[in-house]
Design a protein around this ligand. Sequence first.
Ligand code: C5P
Length: 227
Amino acid sequence: PTTAIIIVAAGSGTRLGLGVPKAFADIDGRTVLAHALDGVLAARPMHVVLVVPHGHEQTAAADLARIGEERPVTVVVGGSTRQQSVAAGLAALSEDVEVVLVHDAARALTPSAQIDAVAAAVTADTGAIPALAVIDTLKRVDGDAVVEAVDRSVLVAAQTPQGFPRAALEAAYARAAAEGEDHTDDAALFAAAGGAVLRVPGDERAFKITTPADLHRARMLLHPAQG
Ligand code: C5P
Protein backbone atom coordinates (compact mmCIF):
# COMPACT_ATOMS: atom_id res chain seq x y z
CA PRO A 1 0.00 0.00 0.00
CA THR A 2 1.04 3.61 -0.52
CA THR A 3 2.44 4.71 2.82
CA ALA A 4 3.13 8.09 4.38
CA ILE A 5 4.94 9.01 7.57
CA ILE A 6 3.93 12.13 9.49
CA ILE A 7 6.89 13.27 11.56
CA VAL A 8 5.73 15.57 14.35
CA ALA A 9 8.44 18.04 15.26
CA ALA A 10 6.35 20.99 16.42
CA GLY A 11 6.85 20.66 20.19
CA SER A 12 8.47 23.50 22.10
CA GLY A 13 10.97 21.35 23.98
CA THR A 14 10.49 23.27 27.22
CA ARG A 15 11.81 20.36 29.32
CA LEU A 16 15.11 20.41 27.41
CA GLY A 17 15.62 24.03 28.41
CA LEU A 18 17.70 24.93 25.36
CA GLY A 19 15.62 27.80 24.03
CA VAL A 20 15.09 26.09 20.67
CA PRO A 21 12.33 23.68 19.73
CA LYS A 22 13.41 20.15 20.62
CA ALA A 23 13.60 18.94 17.02
CA PHE A 24 16.25 21.57 16.33
CA ALA A 25 18.37 20.78 19.36
CA ASP A 26 21.93 19.78 18.52
CA ILE A 27 23.01 16.23 19.31
CA ASP A 28 26.41 15.87 17.69
CA GLY A 29 26.62 18.75 15.25
CA ARG A 30 23.40 17.48 13.71
CA THR A 31 19.91 18.10 14.99
CA VAL A 32 17.35 15.78 16.55
CA LEU A 33 15.32 16.18 13.36
CA ALA A 34 18.25 15.34 11.06
CA HIS A 35 18.80 12.10 12.95
CA ALA A 36 15.09 11.27 12.88
CA LEU A 37 15.11 11.78 9.12
CA ASP A 38 18.09 9.39 8.80
CA GLY A 39 15.94 6.60 10.21
CA VAL A 40 13.05 7.44 7.92
CA LEU A 41 15.26 7.63 4.83
CA ALA A 42 16.77 4.23 5.58
CA ALA A 43 13.31 2.68 5.83
CA ARG A 44 11.31 1.57 2.81
CA PRO A 45 10.20 4.47 0.57
CA MET A 46 7.22 6.44 1.85
CA HIS A 47 5.80 9.92 1.56
CA VAL A 48 7.08 12.26 4.27
CA VAL A 49 4.98 14.94 5.95
CA LEU A 50 7.01 17.03 8.37
CA VAL A 51 5.16 19.07 10.99
CA VAL A 52 7.25 21.95 12.38
CA PRO A 53 6.71 24.87 14.75
CA HIS A 54 5.47 28.13 13.27
CA GLY A 55 8.45 30.08 11.91
CA HIS A 56 10.65 26.99 11.46
CA GLU A 57 9.58 26.03 7.96
CA GLN A 58 12.89 27.29 6.59
CA THR A 59 15.05 25.80 9.36
CA ALA A 60 13.72 22.43 8.30
CA ALA A 61 14.56 23.07 4.66
CA ALA A 62 18.27 22.32 5.09
CA ASP A 63 17.52 18.91 6.57
CA LEU A 64 14.97 18.23 3.88
CA ALA A 65 17.33 19.05 1.04
CA ARG A 66 18.94 15.66 1.64
CA ILE A 67 15.78 13.73 1.06
CA GLY A 68 15.95 14.00 -2.69
CA GLU A 69 13.28 13.58 -5.22
CA GLU A 70 12.34 9.96 -4.71
CA ARG A 71 10.39 10.82 -1.56
CA PRO A 72 7.65 13.42 -1.78
CA VAL A 73 8.01 15.75 1.22
CA THR A 74 5.48 18.23 2.54
CA VAL A 75 6.17 20.68 5.36
CA VAL A 76 3.27 21.99 7.43
CA VAL A 77 3.00 24.05 10.62
CA GLY A 78 1.86 22.25 13.77
CA GLY A 79 -0.56 23.16 16.53
CA SER A 80 -0.42 23.75 20.27
CA THR A 81 -0.87 20.06 21.16
CA ARG A 82 0.67 16.98 19.61
CA GLN A 83 -2.79 15.83 18.54
CA GLN A 84 -3.34 19.11 16.67
CA SER A 85 0.07 18.75 15.02
CA VAL A 86 -0.81 15.25 13.79
CA ALA A 87 -4.15 16.58 12.51
CA ALA A 88 -2.28 19.23 10.51
CA GLY A 89 -0.13 16.48 9.02
CA LEU A 90 -3.16 14.36 8.15
CA ALA A 91 -4.72 17.30 6.32
CA ALA A 92 -1.64 17.48 4.07
CA LEU A 93 -1.68 13.83 2.91
CA SER A 94 -2.06 13.20 -0.78
CA GLU A 95 -5.12 11.28 -1.93
CA ASP A 96 -3.35 8.04 -2.81
CA VAL A 97 -2.01 7.37 0.70
CA GLU A 98 -3.53 4.24 2.27
CA VAL A 99 -1.37 3.66 5.35
CA VAL A 100 -0.21 6.42 7.71
CA LEU A 101 2.60 6.20 10.24
CA VAL A 102 2.84 8.89 12.90
CA HIS A 103 6.32 9.37 14.34
CA ASP A 104 7.87 11.60 17.02
CA ALA A 105 10.89 13.49 15.72
CA ALA A 106 12.03 13.37 19.35
CA ARG A 107 12.61 9.59 18.95
CA ALA A 108 15.60 10.59 16.88
CA LEU A 109 17.52 7.29 17.03
CA THR A 110 14.64 5.01 16.09
CA PRO A 111 16.06 2.20 13.92
CA SER A 112 14.69 2.07 10.39
CA ALA A 113 13.78 -1.60 10.99
CA GLN A 114 11.23 -0.45 13.57
CA ILE A 115 9.63 1.87 11.02
CA ASP A 116 9.46 -0.95 8.47
CA ALA A 117 8.09 -3.43 11.03
CA VAL A 118 5.23 -1.11 11.99
CA ALA A 119 4.39 -0.38 8.34
CA ALA A 120 4.32 -4.10 7.60
CA ALA A 121 2.02 -4.86 10.54
CA VAL A 122 -0.75 -2.41 9.62
CA THR A 123 -3.76 -4.06 7.95
CA ALA A 124 -6.92 -2.68 6.34
CA ASP A 125 -8.61 -2.44 9.73
CA THR A 126 -5.86 -2.76 12.35
CA GLY A 127 -3.25 -0.34 13.63
CA ALA A 128 0.20 -1.30 14.91
CA ILE A 129 2.53 0.24 17.49
CA PRO A 130 6.01 -0.64 18.73
CA ALA A 131 6.13 -1.32 22.46
CA LEU A 132 8.67 -2.34 25.08
CA ALA A 133 8.22 -4.39 28.23
CA VAL A 134 8.16 -2.28 31.40
CA ILE A 135 11.32 -2.65 33.49
CA ASP A 136 10.50 -0.82 36.71
CA THR A 137 8.09 -2.11 39.33
CA LEU A 138 5.04 0.09 38.98
CA LYS A 139 2.97 1.32 41.93
CA ARG A 140 -0.52 2.63 42.18
CA VAL A 141 -0.54 5.59 44.56
CA ASP A 142 -3.09 7.72 46.39
CA GLY A 143 -1.33 11.03 46.97
CA ASP A 144 1.91 10.03 48.74
CA ALA A 145 0.57 6.70 49.93
CA VAL A 146 1.74 3.65 47.97
CA VAL A 147 -1.37 1.54 47.54
CA GLU A 148 -0.15 -1.50 45.61
CA ALA A 149 2.17 -2.83 42.96
CA VAL A 150 0.67 -3.05 39.49
CA ASP A 151 1.15 -6.24 37.48
CA ARG A 152 3.68 -5.10 34.90
CA SER A 153 3.44 -8.32 32.86
CA VAL A 154 0.27 -6.95 31.27
CA LEU A 155 1.78 -3.50 30.59
CA VAL A 156 4.04 -2.19 27.84
CA ALA A 157 5.55 1.22 27.07
CA ALA A 158 4.39 2.59 23.71
CA GLN A 159 6.81 4.10 21.19
CA THR A 160 6.51 5.43 17.66
CA PRO A 161 6.04 5.26 14.73
CA GLN A 162 2.43 4.18 15.20
CA GLY A 163 0.76 2.96 12.01
CA PHE A 164 -2.89 2.93 10.94
CA PRO A 165 -5.13 2.47 7.91
CA ARG A 166 -5.53 6.04 6.68
CA ALA A 167 -9.33 6.31 6.38
CA ALA A 168 -9.95 4.86 9.85
CA LEU A 169 -7.31 7.13 11.41
CA GLU A 170 -8.84 10.20 9.79
CA ALA A 171 -12.28 9.17 11.05
CA ALA A 172 -10.85 8.66 14.55
CA TYR A 173 -9.25 12.12 14.48
CA ALA A 174 -12.50 13.72 13.33
CA ARG A 175 -14.33 11.93 16.14
CA ALA A 176 -11.80 13.02 18.80
CA ALA A 177 -12.03 16.63 17.61
CA ALA A 178 -15.83 16.53 17.68
CA GLU A 179 -15.83 15.04 21.20
CA GLY A 180 -13.18 17.45 22.44
CA GLU A 181 -10.94 14.53 23.47
CA ASP A 182 -7.20 14.91 23.90
CA HIS A 183 -5.27 11.63 23.77
CA THR A 184 -1.62 11.06 24.67
CA ASP A 185 -0.93 8.95 21.61
CA ASP A 186 -2.49 7.99 18.31
CA ALA A 187 -3.21 4.42 19.37
CA ALA A 188 -5.36 5.66 22.26
CA LEU A 189 -7.24 7.99 19.92
CA PHE A 190 -7.68 5.17 17.39
CA ALA A 191 -8.89 2.74 20.09
CA ALA A 192 -11.35 5.33 21.45
CA ALA A 193 -13.01 5.21 18.03
CA GLY A 194 -13.26 1.42 18.25
CA GLY A 195 -10.12 0.54 16.29
CA ALA A 196 -7.99 -2.51 17.05
CA VAL A 197 -4.24 -2.07 17.54
CA LEU A 198 -1.50 -4.71 17.56
CA ARG A 199 1.93 -4.36 19.08
CA VAL A 200 5.26 -5.17 17.49
CA PRO A 201 8.57 -5.23 19.39
CA GLY A 202 9.97 -1.81 20.26
CA ASP A 203 13.63 -0.88 20.59
CA GLU A 204 15.46 0.91 23.40
CA ARG A 205 17.09 3.21 20.84
CA ALA A 206 13.64 4.58 20.01
CA PHE A 207 13.45 6.38 23.38
CA LYS A 208 12.01 9.88 23.32
CA ILE A 209 14.46 12.72 23.87
CA THR A 210 12.75 14.86 26.52
CA THR A 211 15.26 15.95 29.17
CA PRO A 212 18.95 17.00 29.06
CA ALA A 213 19.82 13.48 30.31
CA ASP A 214 18.08 12.03 27.25
CA LEU A 215 20.15 14.27 24.98
CA HIS A 216 23.28 13.00 26.74
CA ARG A 217 22.14 9.40 26.21
CA ALA A 218 21.67 10.08 22.49
CA ARG A 219 25.20 11.52 22.28
CA MET A 220 26.61 8.46 24.06
CA LEU A 221 24.83 6.08 21.70
CA LEU A 222 26.13 7.93 18.65
CA HIS A 223 29.67 8.53 19.89
CA PRO A 224 30.43 6.25 22.85
CA ALA A 225 34.11 7.22 23.00
CA GLN A 226 33.44 10.88 23.65
CA GLY A 227 31.63 10.33 26.93
O1 C5P B 1 6.27 16.83 24.07
P1 C5P B 1 6.49 15.42 23.64
O2 C5P B 1 7.88 14.95 23.93
O3 C5P B 1 5.45 14.46 24.11
O4 C5P B 1 6.36 15.45 22.07
C1 C5P B 1 6.39 14.27 21.29
C2 C5P B 1 6.54 14.68 19.82
O5 C5P B 1 5.42 15.46 19.42
C3 C5P B 1 7.80 15.53 19.57
O6 C5P B 1 8.46 15.08 18.42
C4 C5P B 1 7.23 16.93 19.43
O7 C5P B 1 7.99 17.75 18.55
C5 C5P B 1 5.85 16.67 18.84
N1 C5P B 1 4.88 17.73 19.18
C6 C5P B 1 4.28 18.46 18.13
N2 C5P B 1 3.39 19.48 18.43
C7 C5P B 1 3.10 19.79 19.70
C8 C5P B 1 3.70 19.05 20.76
C9 C5P B 1 4.57 18.01 20.47
O8 C5P B 1 4.56 18.19 16.96
N3 C5P B 1 2.28 20.81 19.93
